[in-house]
Design a protein around this ligand. Sequence first.
Ligand SMILES: [Zn+2]
Length: 362
Amino acid sequence: MACKRVEMHVSRLVTLAILALLTSCSPTSVVLDPEAATSSTTTASTSTTGTSPSTTTTSTTTTLTTPTTTVPAVLPELQFDEAGVPLNGQSDGVLVSNTGWVLPILSGLDRGRHRIWTPCGRQADVSGGKVIPEADFVLDPGHGGSEPGAVGQGGLEEKDLNLEVTLKIRDALVGAGYSVVMTRQSDVRVPIVTRAEIGQALDPIAFLSVHFNAGTNARSEIPGTEMYHQIENADSKRLAGLLYEETRAVLDQFDIPWVALGDSGTTFRPNQAGGDYYGVLRRPAPVVSVLLEFAYLSNPAEEELVSDPAVQGQLAHAVLVAVGRFLETDDPGSGFIDEPIFRGYGPSGAGRTDNCTDPMLE
Ligand SMILES: [Zn+2]
């Protein structure tokens, strides 16, 4: 089921795109977003024969290979629901722009351009960049930019912790040969509907949304880890159960004053219609998706623990082990909660694209 596909990950692709850009002597000014293009462990490759930006060079002897794109007779227009939020499932593959953004592709255009879905969920036509047709895993570091998520008493913001841990998960998965794309690689706001579309566009084995929790001070003998699965998807449920098992194996080593709700475990949360409440589970479907709440950032003892890069590395390794067991065994996982405590139907706001300012894409 899990053939290892494109053995590249997004930071490498971004670097390649930048290298190709820098060597193409393009006279156009291109703003490189240093944050969006951040890569921790990228080595320069001498092989830059991919789809380089379709710029003209000053050399008269060089023939550039413009990607052959079949442009449909009628170009697709982005479709929205009645609330003005784009409908998921409209794209195929992603374009990593020369500025480092991951953009679901609506259609190829001529001369190396693409019609894409912007981070804020709008339509735009963009030149250059690198196409990624699929990925083994899409990793989603929760929150970002103006949305900090939970904030620890020590000042650690969930958006930053999520990104740190997700980068370690990426490195672990890539190190094992999987291809990975992240929905954000810097401190930026990306609406959930766009994160989900990146998931759908890449048809991964799974979409994993990485979070840390807040909301209870109830002392517990065990960690309050919550792994949310899609209600109607047995694979999502089993993967969540395996992620729960491996995460607990890491956290159970530490004797600290945990907090937890009475029904922590491998769980689910319905909305009023009986579907998945959380947009990161509902919107990527039919892609298998899991929402990981590793521990409680709101608990000072847990904040201190998960601030430790070594512990973060262990959590990342736990995800790698869980993924391996998901793909190579029939292990059922554990921690399943049949009747979760009612957590309310309130407006999740998931997917909202209002008050969103798109970045420079080229
Ligand atoms: Zn969160």
